[in-house]
Write a protein that binds this ligand. Structure first.
Ligand code: NAD
Length: 515
């Protein structure tokens, strides 16, 4: 089948580059966007810098009021925004509403209401310098550049934006060129909520615009996307000594223990693998199941997979939507072909859905897979569920860790403490027991990965603090005319220091002091 691109090759018009955007579900043209040039990017960053100081001066309550107004508008426009998300991505309306609109309302509410508490000054008693007080104060960084992908184009733009704004920064957002109209809907929402000019700006464009944003003198880059682009951004940020958070890919394992609830685990596997057509950084990308449960588990997974309804959102009730990017479709087909060539068997699916012209790939279950296959070690990012039967939990753990990724994982057992013990042995930024794909939805939980899954954490207290620099304030408790270490250095002070050294570390008092 000849593939139309969801975005055309850029074309020049009156010196501006433009990009045509298409629906991945129907291949109909959706419109055109202008690609912001390096000059546009520099101007936006300069405007943001101008606006940031006054924004940072506002109280948490004032900043929060703008964002709660945006939240209320989002609730009022839920249908319209969900429609834009469905059109740009090809995902079902239920997913657009739950994982993008509702999740964004939660992010707007949580940070608008809690930022003050999360970023409150922390006073700390000092164990040595008793004459001083320490106060840690979280200050805004300045201008934050946010670059986001196409799989959850709304919430993955809203979430970092809200955190950066509540921390007192100005934001310049560059959303994915594959789903640009969702980014524009967000910009309208924030403008209509009355956000002061320049505090939030949107730049539409492709990787060239993204690279220009990284080089435009921002104070931090928050990036969500592929490992390939993440490396380029880390290099560019490294050269400029600009901090960056990188939320990259995953190859999340699911370990099904012998004592798991079979029905729950099978339903969880099917949802974890096929929600958003498998295009979730924390999708269940591979399953390890013990011999005892393997047969009934696989049979139930296949049964449930065959019940899934796939198609464009316009057809009404559908469970599995389109593949948003055709490049991703190529990866999915390559992984399945590689697995089949190496001896895997497809139990259901295994091909593009012939009923539709758009980018649909059937929900696919594979068995007889092993770690020589790309589908078990590289990110597939599509509706594929390869299931490997293992001897025991030790083998499952060894295989779970046999990947360059380390984003999330799930362990399925009726025994939560056993789940925790196993979880602690998985090299992943987060593990869920008896469920999957929930960590990002928990505002309080830090989210991020190890190894090639990225650097840093988003969300929760750690996430919002990553949009700040911590300032150490050292305050006096006493104000003698001269500190012991100040000039002049006197023999009497040397003697006093030696005495103090012994007292602090080699005397009965040392124990009392906790030294
Ligand atoms: P991508 O890396 O191709 O693009 C992401 C963004 O980066 C886009 O806005 C793009 O225009 C921009 N970009 C491209 N080249 C750039 C450059 N040189 N400099 C600056 N910006 C540039 O990723 P994608 O295909 O849009 O997204 C899919 C990937 O995102 C998957 O690997 C997925 O796992 C990952 N992802 C991770 C998380 C997470 O939280 N860990 C969440 C969602 C998606």
């Amino acid at each position: 089948m000849a593939l139309l691109r969801p975005v055309d090759a850029p074309r020049e018009l009156h010196g501006r580059r433009k990009l045509g955007v298409f629906s991945p579900a129907t291949l109909e043209p959706l419109g055109e966007i202008e690609i912001a040039s390096a000059d546009d990017v520099r101007r936006a960053v300069a405007r943001a810098r101008e606006a940031q100081a006054a924004w940072a001066e506002k109280s948490f309550e004032e900043r929060g009021r703008y964002l709660l107004r945006a939240r209320d508008l989002l609730v009022d426009r839920a249908d319209e925004i969900a429609e834009t998300i469905c059109r740009d991505t090809g995902k079902p309306r239920m997913e657009a509403l739950a994982t993008e609109v509702l999740a964004s309302c939660d992010a707007l509410t949580y940070y608008a209401k809690r930022a003050k508490q999360l970023l409150r000054d922390r006073r700390q008693g000092l164990h040595l310098l008793k004459t001083k007080k320490l106060v840690l104060s979280w200050r805004p960084m300045g201008v934050v550049g946010i670059i986001t992908p196409w799989n959850f184009p709304f919430v993955l733009s809203v979430n970092p934006t809200v955190q950066a704004l509540m921390a007192g920064n100005a934001v310049v957002l560059k959303p994915s060129e594959i789903t640009p109209f969702v980014g524009q809907a967000l910009a309208r929402l924030l403008a209509d909520a009355g956000l002061p000019e320049g505090v939030f700006q949107l730049l539409t464009g492709d990787g060239v615009t993204g690279a220009a944003l990284v080089d435009a003198g921002v104070d931090k880059i928050s990036f969500t996307g592929s490992v390939r682009t993440g490396r380029k951004i880390a290099e560019a940020c490294g050269r400029q000594l600009v901090p960056c958070t990188l939320e990259l890919g995953g190859k999340d394992p699911m370990i099904v223990c012998d004592d798991a609830d079979l029905e729950r685990a099978a339903r969880g596997a099917v949802w974890g693998a096929f929600a958003n057509a498998g295009q979730v950084c924390m999708s269940t990308e591979r399953v390890y199941v013990g011999r005892k449960l393997a047969e009934p588990f696989i049979a139930r997974v296949v049964e449930l997979t065959r019940e899934l309804r796939q198609g464009p959102e316009s057809e009404g009730e559908v469970d599995v939507g389109a593949i948003t990017s055709p490049a991703q479709l190529d990866t999915i087909e390559r992984h399945v072909a590689d697995a089949l060539a190496k001896g895997a068997r497809v139990l259901t699916g295994g091909r593009r859905n012939p009923a539709y012209p758009g980018f649909f790939y059937e929900p696919t279950v594979l068995v007889d897979v092993n770690h020589d296959m790309a589908i078990m070690r590289e990110e597939t990012f599509g509706p594929c569920l390869p299931i490997q039967v293992v001897q025991d939990e030790d083998e499952a753990l060894r295989l779970a860790n046999d990947t360059s990724f380390g984003l999330q994982a799930s362990v399925w057992t009726r025994d939560s403490w056993k789940g925790k013990r196993l979880a602690n042995r998985i090299a992943a930024g987060g593990v869920v027991v008896d469920d999957c794909m929930t960590t990002y939805a928990i505002a309080e939980s830090p989210f991020g990965g190890l190894k090639e899954s990225g650097i840093g954490r988003v969300n929760g207290e750690l996430g919002i603090k990553s949009y700040c620099h911590v300032q150490s304030l050292v305050l006096p408790r006493l104000r003698p005319k001269r500190e012991m270490l100040w000039y002049p250095y006197r023999a009497a002070d040397v003697a006093r220091l030696k005495k103090a050294l012994r007292l602090l570390y080699r005397s009965p008092l040392a124990k009392l002091l906790g030294n």
